[in-house]
Design a protein around this ligand. Structure first.
Ligand SMILES: Nc1nc2c(c(=O)[nH]1)N[C@H]1C(S)=C(S)[C@@H](COP(=O)(O)OP(=O)(O)OC[C@H]3O[C@@H](n4cnc5c(N)ncnc54)[C@H](O)[C@@H]3O)O[C@H]1N2
Ligand code: MOO
Length: 434
């Protein structure tokens, strides 16, 4: 661990070892957040048929021309056309069909008069609504008085007016969010080919660690990193498995990782990477060169997150990122290195979180070690209209054990390597953690 790596060099090294996962076919909801590999063509037009956009009466426009409240057009109602109806009455001169939103326009009809522009078949004033069929089956027949004319095609959603068969529904590279999944469902696709969610196995290490919910003996602490890392991996789009904390024993750790490789596209460990006598991850995984790969441990010019390990392990050369154990270091390292690796596996761009400018508020000058990129926890406010930069204030100190203030933060304030302090009023870059 002699030379010091920059944040960017370490990330580039990781990204060189990460290839996008092979595409697979998934059920629509399993593909949420995934990237489409090929463009999707619309197999059949949407809507598939001309249909009504209103509850009302399907009419011939000539029959209602010039109609008013005082001089209504009086039409004979043939019956109901409900959404899903296949049996459609032909609408002839002087006739109308009561029609529901989404129902196919019956033959002969050219437009739809909303029910509010009619007497609803009651013989009274303008209707507010139709009476439910169950309450008044007879309401579907008889006469209707139409108080306003409609033009050709009015309140009719034309076949193909949404998307036409043969056109591109979604281009390759689309990230499937709720509306995109909705479109695939609407055009009738039950499955879709995407790069899958990476499987991330999270292993925390440390003989002092006790699972939350269990009492502590003196000297012990609860394992929080494995929860942070597993939750963060899920938020980044991965399927994450949390393995309980492994004690500081190299053989146990090696065996645990070997067992886990079967379900891992990435392994993330926390703790045991520094220079202590019980730094188990380093001891178990460094220098195991050969077919099964190896993990290289290095010092980074960053704070927090100085000690890091990265390598490709097992016969599948699975990327393993060994993060430092201090809780803030572990989380910041996840954001800077594991999240981009997850996104690279998914084929999602950009892999890095973007930075945004923010003016530092508060009354404290922030300090940063020379030559290191520092990531301080911040609370960010977006810019008011017309301004480019938001504001950010530091929350908590620089200590990498400060879990409570990390929970107050929604941004990381970046102090570059060439700066040793930043004063209130200065504009800095921040990474938003949303
Ligand atoms: N002599 C030196 N000591 C240390 C150096 C150094 O350069 N020289 N680097 C320091 C830095 S910076 C960091 S970061 C830590 C990294 O240590 P490890 O990765 O070996 O982590 P541990 O020693 O296992 O734990 C550190 C700290 O974090 C707590 N921890 C660990 N795992 C969890 C967990 N799952 N949940 C909650 N808290 C956890 C652990 O109890 C320790 O307090 O090394 C410094 N030392
Ligand atoms: O660099 Mo360590 O990761 O501060 O706490």
């Amino acid at each position: 661990m002699s030379e010091t790596w920059s944040v960017d060099e370490h990330l580039e090294d990781i990204l060189r070892g990460v290839r996008p996962l092979e595409p697979i076919e998934l059920q629509l909801l399993d593909a949420q957040g995934c990237v489409l590999v090929d463009e999707i063509t619309v197999p059949a037009s949407l809507p598939p048929f001309d249909n009504s956009s209103m509850d009302g009466y399907a009419v011939r426009t000539a029959d209602v021309e010039g109609s008013t409240r005082e001089f209504p057009a009086v039409l004979t109602v043939l019956g109901d056309v409900a959404a899903g109806s296949a049996d459609l009455p032909a609408v002839g001169p002087g006739q109308a069909a009561r029609i529901m939103t989404g129902a196919p326009l019956p033959p002969g009809a050219e437009a739809v008069v909303p029910v509010e522009w009619t007497d609803g078949g009651t013989g009274g004033g303008p209707a507010d609504a139709m009476t439910a069929r169950t309450a008044d089956p007879g309401g579907a027949t008889g006469e209707v008085r139409v108080h306003r004319p409609v033009t050709q095609g009015q309140y009719v959603r034309e076949r193909g007016s949404d998307v036409r068969a043969g056109t591109v529904a979604l281009p390759a590279g689309t990230v499937l969010g709720p509306p995109q999944l909705g479109l695939l469902a609407a055009i009738g696709l039950g499955k879709v080919t995407v790069r899958p969610h990476p499987r991330v196995v999270v292993v925390s290490t440390g003989s002092e660690l006790v699972q939350p919910g269990e009492p502590l003996e003196h000297g012990q602490i609860h394992d929080s990193n494995s929860f942070v890392l597993t939750a963060a991996a899920r938020a980044a789009g991965a399927i994450a498995y949390r393995v309980g904390a492994v004690a500081d024993d190299p053989d146990t750790l090696r065996a645990t990782i070997e067992d886990q490789l079967i379900r891992a596209d990435i392994v993330v460990t926390s703790g045991g990477v520094s220079v202590g006598a019980y730094d188990v991850v380093k001891e178990a995984l460094s220098g195991v060169d050969g077919a099964d790969g190896s993990v290289e441990f290095r010092r980074l010019a960053m704070q927090p997150g100085k000690p890091q390990g990265f390598g490709l392990v097992g016969t599948e050369r699975t990327p393993l990122l060994a993060l430092p154990g201090n809780p803030v270091s572990s989380y910041v390292s996840f954001e800077l290195f594991v999240r981009p690796a997850i996104r690279a596996l998914m084929g999602r761009e950009p892999v890095r979180r973007p930075t945004v400018p923010a003016v530092l508020t508060g009354d404290t000058v922030l300090h940063s070690p020379a030559g290191k990129r520092q990531f301080l926890r911040g609370a960010y406010d977006p810019p008011p209209p017309g301004e480019k930069a938001g504001t950010v204030r530091a929350v908590g100190g620089a200590g990498s054990h400060l879990i409570a203030s990390l929970a107050q933060a929604d941004a990381l304030i970046v102090i570059p390597e060439d700066r040793e302090e930043a004063a209130p009023g200065e504009e800095l870059e921040v990474i938003r953690l949303d």
